[in-house]
Write a protein that binds this ligand. Sequence first.
Ligand SMILES: [Zn+2]
Ligand SMILES: [Zn+2]
Length: 212
Amino acid sequence: MIKYCPTCNRSSADFKFIGEFCEVCATKKVREKIPDKILIERCKSCDRIRTPTGYQPADKNSIREAAAQALHSKCDIKIEDFNDHGALVRFTCDIDGNEAVFDKKIVIELKRTMCIDCYRKTSGYYEAVLQLRGPRDPADRMMKKFLNFIETRGAFASRVDELDNGYDIYSSNKEIATNFFQYYDLKPKRSYTLYGTRRGKKVYRNIYLLRL
Ligand SMILES: [Zn+2]
Ligand SMILES: [Zn+2]
């Protein structure tokens, strides 16, 4: 039996119906409750966007994560398309036990922030210092090896000082620096400097002196 939507008179011969109403009318209320605009934070230095699981490069997945959090919608969402100004979002919702699908354009307002990694880089953050001492060539090679090791594991050097007898390298992460010595079976002389306190615990910076 052909039904006619009581709101807009569309016919069930031409349109999907959800209960008594056509899909357009049945989803109207849900659609109107969804915000037209969301705010997404983007790091001004590395361009990654903030998602509930951390800063990530902007793509359909990361925007979906950030949008899902900002929209507070009970519907499943999928990003069909996006640019710097907005996204076309496909919503799949449960309406009275029926699956309803519709698209909505959401304006994206980008808030310029700075992620923790970039903040640490620009603020010269470090947890460990590698003091490399020795002739120029082996010191050069060891410095490059160390930088490559920490950078491929998500750390960075916030500073590298070239000295007459080697290098001082400031590493953002002390665990990764420690792993480097284990990995290459190196035995640097270790010392510590008190850096401050964090949540009542003393925080130390590791100093490694490695003679080549
Ligand atoms: Zn209708
Ligand atoms: Zn960043």
